[in-house]
Design a protein around this ligand. Sequence first.
Ligand code: HEM
Length: 218
Amino acid sequence: MAILSSSIARKVAMALSGLFLVLFLAQHFTINITSVIDPETFNNLSHFMGHNFVVQFIAQPILIFGVVFHFIMGLVLEIRNRNARQINYVSFKGNKNSTWASRNMIISGAVILAFLGLHFYDFWFPEIVHKYVESNPLDATRYYPELLHKFESPVRTGLYCLAFVLLALHLWHGFSSSFQSMGWNNKYSKGLRGFTQFYAIFIPLGFIFIALYLHFNQ
Ligand code: HEM
């Protein structure tokens, strides 16, 4: 795409797709935390999300496009940065003026991508098979028991928690730098940075809490 040929355009595209995924995460967290607070609400929300035309056939394809786009752009930026870099990180004391999270976005991103593979295998594919291949009758009470069953395994629960730690590191650098990439620099920048850092810790910790809660409440 010609519009993405300048490096600034690519950074802005990366930032916008990242912000879109941040919004998705907040929405996803809000629905999933109801599994801890009130399973019936979780069932109702899941049933709605799973059968609403706009969610299924408009929002879901946009979300999948957003994930794939963010991943491909991230890879392109990383490769270009590596090629452009004069001094390699082996001899560069990067930790003097940058954080581990900022230098290893490609690693935390790859772990999140691997997590998404497992997560789709756990939830998304069985859901597609249940609805569109087996054409099972509607049942709005099945979601919570299915969710609980997935978190029986300590290995899966552990892998999920590990991925959420890397999600925190990815968000810690990515969320706040997305505003910088878009040239946002004014009197609100400091407050905004505080908010992004709060989000980067709160949301992944919340996901860890949900996973552990479900695991220990079988
Ligand atoms: C304990 C934490 C989490 C739980 C319990 C959970 C639960 C679920 C469930 C039940 C679905 C099924 C959707 C369906 O019925 O089709 C789902 C889908 C999905 N989850 Fe998660 N999730 C968690 C964390 C995450 C995180 C951290 C991410 C992103 C990094 C994520 C990304 C997705 C995506 C992209 C989908 C597919 C959305 C769609 O159906 O369109 N999830 N998740």
